[in-house]
Design a protein around this ligand. Sequence first.
Ligand SMILES: Cc1cc2nc3c(=O)[nH]c(=O)nc-3n(C[C@H](O)[C@H](O)[C@H](O)COP(=O)(O)OP(=O)(O)OC[C@H]3O[C@@H](n4cnc5c(N)ncnc54)[C@H](O)[C@@H]3O)c2cc1C
Length: 495
Amino acid sequence: MTAPKHIAIIGGGTAGWMTANLLRHRWARLGIDVTLIESAEIGTVGVGEGSTPYLRRFFATLGLAERDWMPACDATYKCGIRFPGWSRVAGYESYVHPFFNEADRELGNQFFTNACLRRRGQAADANPQDFFLAAELARQRRAPLYAGEGPGTDYAYHFDAGRLGAFLRGHALGLGVRHIVDTVARVERHEGGDIAAVQLKGGTRIAAELFVDCSGFKGLLINETLGQAFLPYRDNLFNDRAIAIPTALVEGEDLPSETVSTALRHGWAWQIPLTTRYGNGYVYSSDFIGDDEAERELRAHLGAAAEGASARRLRMRVGRADKHWSRNCVAVGLSQGFIEPLEATALMLIQFSVEGFIDALEGNGFEPGRRDAYNRRVNEMFEGVRDYVVAHYQLNTRSDTDYWRANRANRHISDRLASLLDVWDGGGDFEAELERHGSALMYLRPSWYALLAGMGRFPAELRPAPQSVTASQARARLHQMARAFSSHRSQLMGG
Ligand SMILES: Cc1cc2nc3c(=O)[nH]c(=O)nc-3n(C[C@H](O)[C@H](O)[C@H](O)COP(=O)(O)OP(=O)(O)OC[C@H]3O[C@@H](n4cnc5c(N)ncnc54)[C@H](O)[C@@H]3O)c2cc1C
């Protein structure tokens, strides 16, 4: 097969526009045309305000600097995610999943040592929020940009989903992507089964050699047309609903530089700071709480700030496609699958899926022979993220509702996750266990330590530890280091 002449993307949400940018950026030189079709009748999901650090690479690939896109998207910096209320263990009621920095070498390693001492029964301090620079920057509401000499810091972003979509659309159009606003009414197939064209309601017929399904949860091409199975994660992850309520920033207050994900009675609530407002929402399970009650609970959690603010209710299809690339169609975004947004991984999976697809197809001279390997790798990524998210629920130590008890008692977890927990609990060689699973884990050593230690997964009975760095010693050092960083508000908004 030679390179396709024309690729059609169905869907103009974040997935569609990220895909359009990456495909056109990489393949314009080969003369490949890209058309994106989106419906004016079917909206985008309109949420998704947090990223992982990999989004930095996405913008770098496109040659876009932060000053080019951040102001247009009300974007802020993200040092990590804080998790209050997931654990009831004294001293571990709140912890941080930080982005690991070069500057963390010394204290970060001390944290790993302390966590190992503690899981083997010695009373060393091991809450990650006391040992990582990102946690201190967030505590002091500073931006993670280091102006001086020395190692840089890693970080991610928060942004307004609608504005990010509009920005990416503008950039894609600048790269020569053709944009059609119309609804796909019918999909035509070749005799052999490949997709030949889409018929739009307005009467236009768009033919292409390759189709990208970015149609959202319904999976218009991958599920409805090609009949690929959707494999739900329902047994592993109970949450299937969300409610979003924006609130105003507090005037004069410093701008937070972290996501806060607070455990509520039947799920968890996100709070994401943008330069113009907070994005808030409650992710919960309809098996345990009704929508009205969930909205009341979220409003109570947000307090006066939510008075008069309107709520959006969303349903989530959690799981993944059996095959993401089938025939001449690849599914990207919510159509290929979704893992609830606890670790804000959806855009990262979109990026990895498209980058992997480009490499697989181009690297094979545009022969689709690498389809199986691609599908295996994307499935592995989904399963890796899923296991890390499931671990949060397994490790919770709340007993106030059936929801939390059922999550903790859930035995539908992968063998890999079960084995990680066994080795941690049993005092075995956790490093070797992480190594054994390698890149399939998706989350690296600092993240697993931050989660397991941060939830206070340690023996109840502890004996005094030999010499170890205490939380207050570490905090004093971090406090000093953080002074080289400017306030988050002044970095983004001046003044
Ligand atoms: C509650 C919640 C919180 C989230 N939080 C995060 C987060 O913090 N971080 C993160 O990375 N992700 C998050 N996500 C996921 C993120 O929102 C999505 O992955 C991302 O927005 C991509 O969505 P999409 O483009 O695949 O689908 P959508 O936004 O649903 O877009 C679908 C597109 O398909 C088009 N379409 C559908 N049918 C047709 C048709 N017949 N003809 C033409 N066009 C059609 C629609 O018009 C639309 O343009 C969250 C999701 C939810 C539900």
